[in-house]
Design a protein around this ligand. Sequence first.
Ligand code: KG4
Ligand code: ZN
Length: 324
Amino acid sequence: MTTILGIETSCDDTGIGVVQDGCRILVNDVSSQIDVHAAFGGVVPEIASRMHTEVITQMVDAALDKIDDPVDAIAFTNGPGLMGSLLVGANFAKAYAFAKGIPTIPVHHIEGHIFSAFLQGKEPKFPCLVLVVSGGHTQLIQCIKAHDYTLLGSTRDDAVGESFDKVARLLDLSYPGGPSIQKAAESGEAQAVNFPRAFAKTDNLEFSYSGLKTAVLYERQRNPDRPVADIAASFQWAAVDSLIIKTRQAIAQTHTPRLVVAGGVAANQLLRDRLTKELDIPVILPEMAVCTDNGAMIAAAGYSLLIHGHSGDLTTTPTPSVSL
Ligand code: KG4
Ligand code: ZN
């Protein structure tokens, strides 16, 4: 039995997880900074790193109190993310590993999200196509075997989660935008406004979300009396539509037998329902509790990296922008 402590501090959530054998979650605690950043309408990097520093030691202590077995290795997010935030987790992990004489495992944040789909008893299955939908990334990745990734396409501008956040601001909805748009959309009409789907008629596997955001802005200015619920529902439908269109094209082009969905927007109910209903291959979705940033996903990816012979050392330094 291998017990991994996972530390996620890439942005504004301090995530501490303990996972056994890559799939059994023993602890998954997240300290959210949302209330503090909400006042600014987005994450303030300097505040984020300070807040990680304030909570990380007590959160790890609390996690270790909940488990009986010793920790065999410590995995941490090594990038991409905010440099100050990444450094808090990385330095904590390296100090802890040095003190305990155990290995560190640097983990790419997106790889963590991918392995979130394989938590809670689900074995990793390859090959798979991965649809990454987070606040910073929108990508289609082909994964032939564990840790072997080929980028098929990504967004040319905003990420899909970023577009939920920006559109929420335009609609005076709260941060983060994903959950608040989903909530507002519940009472809205998804066909009220026909918002654009970028590259729908081309067979490249790229995304673009800045035009959609601008279309929402213009719609707001043209029709200020249109209910926010209708705009939220129409925006959400168009944003999800683009993901479905490009994922379908990627499946047709690669013939990959299954789809894994990774990242915070995987929590979106419309996306989950439509992917499951509209694609004709199995869709592996992370459970709701592990869609957004958390330490368990970093521990799960760390376990797989460890058994495939990857680990770090005390000289490993986070990289704020690094591709998978
Ligand atoms: O993966 P994540 O926790 O952080 C990054 O790595 O970026 O994703 C955060 C993003 C935010 O943009 C948030 O608005 C979005 O995920 N999100 C959602 C939902 N829950 C979170 N977007 C749409 N619907 C949701 N229910
Ligand atoms: Zn993330």
